[in-house]
Structures are given as structure tokens and as C-alpha cells.
Write a protein that binds this ligand. Structure first.
Ligand code: NAD
Ligand code: UDP
Ligand code: UDP
Length: 313
């Protein structure tokens, strides 16, 4: 007899998913990683492939999936704006049909289910820092809507399944997270700037660089995921998970230049449509309900991420 939990991670070959697979395998669980490899790679999970308690299945979550599991972490969805806007209809389908299928699976098996939601549900926020009760300012028709509205609808589905079928749900609103295993061409700001700095290319600041983001190191975030999943069942979220340290994009660029010793220049490119001007989590709820807060400062996390990119590029 074994007490290992069987855990399904959708999007398990992606940036966050691969760290979560590693963490849950290290804790002695059986992990089933389901991914269509749209933005994920086998390289991200190469170190796990020989482990008899780890399994990978190529599958698109917009189609039904019949497996037997105790817990589900639903992470499948491209997260970088360039990738989620490349095929926006598929992005909405992934969030909405993917959520329906995974909730259906959780309903049939009685599994507990976690949703990787996002700070994008707040859109371009008028409330700052963002608290969970803020309802957001989101365009329904702009280029980011496929992602933002898809994730908002997924949250709706989670709470409707909770009310209608009395399920065990967890919804995390993740703020910008970075770290090793982001793809060099992922397109998000931390990986772009580090790769540009290391290659001596200009750092591409979109707009004037005065927009802000709050950057969480991946290990801190994964700790938050596991704590939220293991919390009592009345702790459903939505719960902000992110680092409240707030920086302008220009400050981030300057810090990365300084830390890499790069002579790259800063260039201004056009600001993408609907790019949020500010973003910072209020994490009081996470502190109170799961005793969580980030422990890795930006400089320390960037150090590890820069070392990673020095190896892979
Ligand atoms: P990622 O793009 O590296 O990972 C997403 C994974 O999902 C990839 O492996 C991809 O191949 C897979 N995928 C995409 N569509 C799929 C489908 N239809 N079926 C099966 N697999 C599919 O992104 P990430 O940063 O690891 O993000 C993981 C999750 O966390 C996403 O749901 C994202 O929206 C959410 N999130 C991430 C951040 C962040 O800063 N990293 C912030 C907010 C929310
Ligand atoms: N589903 C799945 N795996 C399962 C059970 C259900 O993928 O183990 C999918 C199925 O395709 C269904 C969806 O989840 O369309 C929602 O299931 P639910 O039972 O909530 O709704 P219904 O089947 O009544 O539409
Ligand atoms: N950004 C930038 N240069 C880049 C990539 C992104 O200035 O090469 C900016 C982008 O316009 C946004 C912020 O950095 O204001 C964060 O972008 P990212 O794509 O990482 O995530 P978002 O929070 O927009 O989803």
C-alpha cells in the first residue's frame, strides 16, 4: 500500500509547471504531466523523465481527459503576451474549455482542483495595490482580452462548480513571476532583458518604461501554490500570489544592465495596446490564510536567473 498522492499538472512542461512537477515529485507524489507542448518543452522536464513516479502525456486540455487522480493543478495556457496573442481563439478555448474539462474530471474523481489565474483579471487597474475584492478594468475586445477574459471566465466556472457541485477548489491570482526555465524567446520582460543584455543587444523598453510590475521569484510562487492547495477546504481564493516589491520597467532594465555588466543601450519601442500601467499585489489574504509571503528579493532572484541564461544561450 502506498500513500503517494496522484497529482495531475496541466501545462506541466511549461515554466511554472516544470518547477511544480519537480517540487511535487521531490515530496514523494505520483505526478502526471499533461501538455500539448505549445510553449512548454521536454527539456524543462528532462530531469524527471527517468523517475518511475513521473509520467508525461501529450494532450490538449480543450479535449476531454479521463484519468484517475487525487489533485489537479490546472496551469495549461500560454502566459506570454506574444504567445497567447499568436492564436487568440485557441487561448480562450484553452482557458474556458480547458477549465470545463478539468472541472468535469475533478467532479467525476472527487479530486481537489487548483486554477492558475492571473493578475490580468484586474486589467489596467484603478485600485493600487490590487486586492482580491477589486473587480478589475478589462477590455473585452482588445488584443489581451483572449487571455484576460478567458481567465476571468475560468474563475467563474470554478466558483459555479463550487456552488453547483460542492467541489474542492483553489484559485490563485498569479502576478508576474520569473526564474530559470523561462524560454529565451518567451517574450516576457525579464527573459527578454537578460538575454538582450547578455548578447549585447539593445534592451527593448516598450513605451517610456514608467509602467510598473512586481516580480516574484519562481520558488516563492511554487511554495504559495502548495500551501494554497494544502489549506483547509474553506480557503478557496481567489488569492493573490506575487511579490509586492514594485519597480518600473526602466528600473528593471537598469538593474539587469548593472548586474550583467552589459554595455547594451536602452531603446524605446511602441507600447503594446492595453499594456497595464501599474501592477502590484496586496498579499494580506495569503499572509493571513496560508501564512505565505515571498522571501527572495529581486536582486537575488535575478542573480539565479542570469546564471541560468548564461548557461542556455
Ligand atoms: P508557459 O507558457 O511556460 O506554460 C504554459 C504551459 O501550458 C506550456 O507548457 C504549454 O505548452 C501548455 N499549454 C498551453 N496550451 C495548452 C493546451 N491547450 N493543452 C495543454 N497544454 C497547454 O507559462 P507559465 O509562466 O508557466 O504559466 C503557467 C500558468 O500560470 C498559465 O496558466 C499562466 O496563465 C499562469 N500565470 C503565469 C504567470 C507568470 O508570470 N509566469 C502570471 C500569471 C499567470
Ligand atoms: N470530462 C473530462 N474528464 C472526466 C469527466 C468529464 O474531460 O473525467 C469533461 C467532459 O468532456 C465534459 C466536461 O468535462 O464535457 C464537463 O463535465 P461535467 O460532468 O461537469 O458536465 P457534462 O458532462 O454534464 O457536460
Ligand atoms: N516589456 C518591455 N520590453 C520587453 C517586454 C516587455 O518593456 O521586451 C514591458 C511590457 O510592455 C509590460 C512589462 O514589460 O509593460 C511586462 O511585460 P510582460 O510581457 O513580461 O508581462 P505582462 O505583465 O505585460 O503580462
Amino acid at each position: 500500500m502506498t500513500t503517494r498522492k496522484k497529482i495531475l499538472i496541466t501545462g506541466g512542461a511549461g515554466f511554472l509547471g516544470s518547477h511544480l512537477c519537480t517540487r511535487l515529485i521531490d515530496e514523494g507524489n505520483e505526478v502526471l504531466c499533461v501538455d500539448n507542448f505549445y510553449t512548454g518543452t521536454r527539456d524543462n522536464i528532462l530531469h524527471l523523465l527517468d523517475n518511475p513516479h513521473f509520467e508525461v502525456e501529450r494532450h490538449d486540455v480543450t479535449f476531454p481527459l479521463y484519468v484517475e487522480v487525487d489533485e489537479i493543478y490546472n496551469l495549461a495556457c500560454p502566459a506570454s503576451p506574444i504567445h497567447y496573442q499568436n492564436n487568440p481563439v485557441q487561448t480562450t478555448k484553452t482557458s474556458v474549455h480547458g477549465a470545463i474539462n478539468m472541472l468535469g474530471l475533478a467532479k467525476r474523481t472527487g479530486a481537489k482542483i487548483f486554477q492558475a489565474s492571473t493578475s490580468e483579471v484586474y486589467g489596467d487597474p484603478e485600485v493600487h495595490p490590487q486586492t482580491e475584492d477589486y473587480r478589475g478594468s478589462v477590455s473585452t475586445t482588445g488584443p489581451r482580452a483572449c487571455y484576460d477574459e478567458g481567465k476571468r471566465c475560468a474563475e467563474t466556472l470554478f466558483f459555479d462548480y463550487l456552488r453547483q457541485h460542492d467541489m474542492r477548489i483553489r484559485v490563485a491570482r498569479i502576478f508576474n513571476t520569473y526564474g530559470p526555465r523561462m524560454l529565451p524567446d518567451d517574450g516576457r520582460v525579464v527573459s527578454n532583458f537578460i538575454v538582450q543584455a547578455l548578447q549585447g543587444d539593445p534592451l527593448t523598453i516598450y513605451g517610456d518604461g514608467m509602467q510598473t510590475r512586481s516580480f516574484c521569484y519562481v520558488d516563492d510562487l511554487i511554495e504559495g501554490f502548495v500551501r494554497l492547495m494544502n489549506a483547509p477546504d474553506d480557503v478557496t481564493g481567489p488569492m493573490n500570489l506575487g511579490n509586492p516589491g514594485e519597480f518600473t520597467i526602466r528600473q528593471l532594465a537598469e538593474k539587469i544592465l548593472e548586474m550583467t555588466g552589459s554595455k547594451s543601450e536602452l531603446v524605446e519601442n511602441p507600447l503594446p495596446i492595453d499594456d497595464p500601467t501599474q501592477r502590484c499585489p496586496n498579499i494580506s489574504l495569503a499572509k493571513e490564510q496560508i501564512d505565505w509571503q515571498p522571501t527572495v528579493a529581486l536582486e537575488e532572484g535575478l542573480e539565479k536567473t542570469i546564471s541560468y541564461f548564461k548557461e542556455v544561450i
